[in-house]
Design a protein around this ligand. Structure first.
Ligand code: WQD
Length: 338
């Protein structure tokens, strides 16, 4: 059984990936410093899979402690999710973002080199594209100047990995550029746990429906889109988790040693379409209002998925209604717990 180090494995995408790795016969080893996750997720993972996974509470910026992981375990591959990800906070605390997101990546690459771990999957983002001048956006599009230190860390991390791959032909790495991950596991035992007031649309919708927030502000109704609201490519977190397994399998056999793939559905939906889907599947009428644009938002983006479909053999299977339904089931399970 192959051991896969999953950094950030108790987080939203990491925890769903742990479940899918387990289903596919891998042994995930979870590293997480709980900076934006809870240890309770480990119990939930056990409930879903019947397995107690190895969990190491380690900060990957600490080289010596991270080195200990590699010397204690046999590691066959790394999926690196652990990173700070709040766009606004990154503007306030750019040094924290550079230190954490770049420092942890560099430590993992150095240790992969020392311990000859050759398969590496990196969590990147469609944010590397900025607002592309035509759509859908494919992997050959240029990276536009990042809007935030957070976005810059994703661009720079991709470049660090690419440079390192050039220096070490035995090392195989893939960056997955996520579009907008949402939804939750169908068990409703794991899902997104935003800290404080959510920045992202779907947690804000579900919290509004649950009565935790009074009203959803829809940022901008005057964009150049059919209904005036922004368009994104929402992707179910379980589909996204499965893309990591497809990437791991591909990394082992690919001819080049670095590649990157969009992970989205290829379909754009507006904010109002997301709200309509939520209302349809839950029967709840959402309290929302169209307000001013949010600074820094791009108007529309969705993925060209030809490359990921053909080379990784991966395709999104779950639609927007399923994302809304599972996100709502997850939200309701939280309310019951409280
Ligand atoms: C989606 C749409 C908002 C909240 C994400 C990540 C970010 C970065 C890029 C990750 C937009 C609208 C939102 C609300 C709203 N990437 N909205 N009311 O902006 O695509 O950013 O991808 O690597 O970290 O967050 O996602 O969910 O914030 O917004 O109207 O209360 O919903 O304006 O059009 P976004 P989002």
């Amino acid at each position: 059984m192959k051991n896969i180090l999953v950094t950030g494995g108790l987080g939203f995408i990491g925890s769903h990936t742990v479940v899918e790795l387990h289903h596919r016969g891998y042994n995930p080893i979870i590293v997480d410093n709980l900076s934006n996750s809870q240890e309770e997720v480990l119990n939930r993972l056990k409930k879903i899979t019947g397995t107690q996974f190895t969990f190491l509470n380690i900060d990957l910026v600490d080289f010596d402690k991270t080195r200990q992981i590699f010397s204690d375990q046999i590691i066959d591959g790394v999926i690196h999710f652990a990173a700070y990800k709040a766009v606004g906070e990154s503007v306030e605390k750019p040094l924290d973002y550079y230190e954490n997101n770049l420092g942890s990546l560099i430590n993992l690459l150095k240790l992969s080199q020392e311990f000859r771990v050759s398969n590496f999957i990196f969590s990147s983002s469609c944010t590397v594209y900025g607002q592309p001048d035509r759509l859908p956006v494919d992997e050959s599009f240029p990276k536009l100047p990042a809007e935030s230190p957070y976005g810059k860390t994703k661009q720079v991390c991709e470049e660090i990995i690419e440079d390192y791959c050039k220096s070490n032909p035995d090392f195989k790495a893939i960056s997955l550029r996520y579009f907008n991950p949402t939804g939750a596991h169908e068990s409703a035992l794991i899902g997104e746990l935003p800290l404080g007031i959510p920045n992202n649309l779907v947690p804000f919708i579900t919290q509004t429906a649950a009565g935790i927030r009074e009203k959803l502000n829809v940022f901008g109704g005057d964009y150049n889109t059919p209904d005036g609201t922004c368009i994104r490519d929402y992707i179910h977190v379980v589909d996204l988790a499965n893309a990591h397994i497809a990437a791991l399998e591909h990394a082992e056999k690919m001819d080049t040693n670095y590649d990157m793939f969009n992970v989205g559905t290829g379909k754009g939906n507006s904010v109002l379409e997301v709200i309509q889907s939520f209302e349809k599947v839950t029967g709840i009428s959402l309290n929302y209002e169209i307000v001013d644009r949010r600074p820094g938002d791009i108007e529309k983006i969705y993925a060209d998925t030809k490359k990921v479909n053909s080379i990784l053999g991966w395709k999104a299977e779950r639609d927007l209604d399923n994302m809304m339904k599972t996100a709502w089931e997850w939200q309701k399970s939280l309310s019951i717990k409280e």
